[in-house]
Design a protein around this ligand. Sequence first.
Ligand code: GLA
Length: 491
Amino acid sequence: MAALHLAFALALFTGHAAGVNNGLARTPQMGWNNWNALGCDVSESLLLDTSKKLVDSGLRDVGYNYVVLDDCWSRGRDEEGFLEEDLEKFPSGMSAVAEELHRQGLLFGMYSSAGEMTCARYAGSLDWEENDAKSFAGWGVDYLKYDNCYHMGRFGTPKLSFDRYKVMWDALNSTGRPILYSLCNWGEDYSHTWGMSIANSWRMSGDIYDSFSRPDDLCSCIDASSPFCIAPGTHCSVLNIINKVAPYVDRGQPGGWNDLDMLEVGNGGMTDEEYKAHFSLWAALKSPLLMGNDLRSLSAASLTILNNPAVIAISQDPVGHSVYRVRRELNVAKDKYGVGEIQVWSGGLSGGDQVVLLLNAAGEDARISASLEEIFLHDGPEGSAPQINEEWEVFDLWGNRMDNALAQKILDADEKDVEKLWKQANWYNSTEISYKEGLKKRDERLMGKKVGKINAGGSLTAKVKRHSVEMFRLRSVGHGGKRKVHAKEEL
Ligand code: GLA
């Protein structure tokens, strides 16, 4: 009895009554993965050139610290059944890569599949989990993306998939090395219902592609909870993925997140506004933020989307609540694919602030309005939320986007000049001050640009271009801590 009480008290004390507790991904993980831009074209020099770019462009210091190597890195198993790296692609070996990344203040991620082969038909880890977890830990790996191809028919019920993925979770744990565990089972077998018990993140859709709204037969599932969604597929648009996650947004929590797949920002298929919308939604929906572009040819425009600290601060807010969709309008102008909708998303942040996204995924520019009653729906339906009677300051989270010319200067600068430019720019540096600390101090660089006010009982209105988003932080004027802040903050 006493032991039981102690366990309960501990659970209350740590606030982790359920879910994984390996201490990792308390906010959604951030970093880079080669797959979207480069597929199987992987090598040691790619990883090291990328890590140098992460440091020199300042992307490491706004939070992107995992360098994740995807499929196609191995040459099979040795006689004792251990995976070997392809030494033509990685001549110094994986340990050396890990060491170099660690020296640069970065972390190293690798990939395998809970199947007999990986999706690109390299050796998989199914039934080799213990050996492979030992190899990853021995090489100094900090993150495992674990895919779902060639699973030998061991899927079809949540329990079958859970058990298959749990073997690797146990194997990783028994190495004693903290390794972030990222499930890549495309939402199959309802991974949003069990992923949080064994993993730090779980994919909830088929693979993303570089289109904002184009439907594609390869991504036939539009509703992940449908029993007919047995082929999550590839070629899923940004809009397809956000519509799929909408009913599950509350499943993410500190330590375990819905994974909407890697970012496409910078890969060339979307407009600047579409990329901003994609990035804003991934941040507000608490997806891991893994850049998926080739950083060796990073453009100024992509850099200024990816390095916006006011948007990243939404992703990294210690409360760890995703935004919820409070409105979806389908009866609007369609785009060239016959797709068109307008959506309003809203969610609670630390300190009683609120984030609101007005998404125009329609075929024409639109004026979008959201009342405080709608914005605070989750704090009390039918107008019962106390926040409706308060006055709010409105901050545009894209209002202080880095100037293109400065971004270009940073990208062109010699190693020795980069630091100087950074100091001059006074850009946010989360290696020096964490987002949690910065938010507590209300660091201006995380707040965005003040653009107006909403009176008690009023509404937020903005002109939103087609295929774009307007994203705002709302701050209550002088609530002085009188209102109970609903969101529980991480200790
Ligand atoms: C699957 C995954 C992708 C990528 C490839 C690699 O399609 O979902 O993210 O890892 O495999 O082959």
